[in-house]
Design a protein around this ligand. Structure first.
Ligand SMILES: NC(=O)C1=CN([C@@H]2O[C@H](COP(=O)(O)OP(=O)(O)OC[C@H]3O[C@@H](n4cnc5c(N)ncnc54)[C@H](O)[C@@H]3O)[C@@H](O)[C@H]2O)C=CC1
Ligand SMILES: O=C(O)C1=N[C@H](C(=O)O)C[C@H](O)C1
Length: 263
């Protein structure tokens, strides 16, 4: 049995994660974490998620003795704090949080030298399949094709472009032998489009769960690769799968391509 701690247990993803974990026979939620001002502190994590009562109360203290794998979908700053606890106490971590700056990403990579870490901006099988399709599309269609990545999310999302959209851009840039920093156009821009650039467009509205389209627009034809998440269960089930996978791995920095055997 893998003992899971869920950080951000009262959040949109936290509740979906608790629910997904209670459906897995080999997982047990043994800790649920929230920020110290959260009104959810002291509540049963299972009931909060609309699942069965677990007897696990939401707490603002991460007890390293209480879990084997931490699943963290919060914000960059708290995630990095939880990561430090995992490093100090040799615990495993699955990070779904997005919006890290370069220094944050470097800290996660460094942690992967001593503990097993899965870090992925999107845990759904479908999006990870799309990353492979993008690689083929970018290589086949070449630099002469304009690329625009369009993403749409709920009105509460704080980071933009989404972590998934940025990863799509990285995959396409790498397939062209370049880095995303070299090719990325900012979401709001005026003027003619430079050749070979990768553009981003962002929609924030209502309760859209998460939609991503990469447009490859060439002369006389257009290829669109689209993923639409219809429920957060797809991300949560992916994260639980990642927790199961990482429970027996050596230290390293992994992503969902590793978990799904797509590397
Ligand atoms: N990798 C993936 O597949 C996915 C990633 N995400 C990412 O997950 C993150 C969370 O998304 P949502 O659940 O929609 O946000 P949310 O705002 O609903 O939930 C975040 C939760 O974290 C809690 N939190 C904040 N500081 C904390 C702390 N110090 N300790 C413990 N908990 C703390 C908040 O109180 C909140 O309940 C975002 O970065 C989002 O982009 C979201 C969906 C899928
Ligand atoms: O904040 C969200 O909701 C989501 N965030 C992730 C991202 O930034 O890519 C993944 C998913 O699209 C939902």
């Amino acid at each position: 049995m893998v003992r899971l701690a869920i950080a951000g247990a009262a959040g949109r993803m936290g509740r979906a994660l608790v629910e997904a974990a209670t459906r897995a026979d080999d997982m047990s939620v043994t800790a649920a974490l929230e920020r110290s001002e959260s009104p959810a502190l002291g509540r049963d994590a299972g009931e909060l998620a609309g699942a069965v009562r677990l007897g696990v109360l939401v707490s603002d203290r991460l007890d390293p003795a209480a879990f084997d794998v931490l699943i963290d979908f919060t914000r960059p700053e708290p995630t990095l704090g939880h990561l430090d606890v995992c490093v100090r106490h040799a615990r495993r971590i699955v990070i779904g949080t997005t919006g890290f700056d370069e220094a944050g990403r470097a800290r996660i990579a460094e942690a992967g030298r001593t503990i097993p870490v899965v870090f992925a901006p999107n845990m759904s099988v479908g999006v990870n399949l799309c990353f492979k399709l993008l690689e083929i599309a970018a290589r086949t269609l070449g630099e002469g094709t304009d690329v625009e990545i369009v993403e749409a999310h709920h009105r509460h999302k704080v980071d933009a472009p989404s972590g998934t959209a940025l990863r799509m851009g990285e995959v396409i840039a790498q397939a062209r032998g370049r880095s995303l920093q070299e090719l990325m156009l900012p979401p709001a821009r005026a003027g003619a489009r430079p050749d070979g650039a990768i553009g981003f467009a962002v929609v924030r509205a209502g309760e859209i769960v998460g939609e991503h389209t990469a447009l490859f627009v060439g002369r006389g034809e257009r290829v669109e690769i689209t993923h639409r998440a219809e429920s957060r269960a797809t991300f949560a089930e992916g994260a639980v799968r990642a927790a199961r996978w990482i429970a027996t791995r050596d230290p390293g920095l992994y992503d969902m391509q590793d978990v799904l055997g797509l590397r």
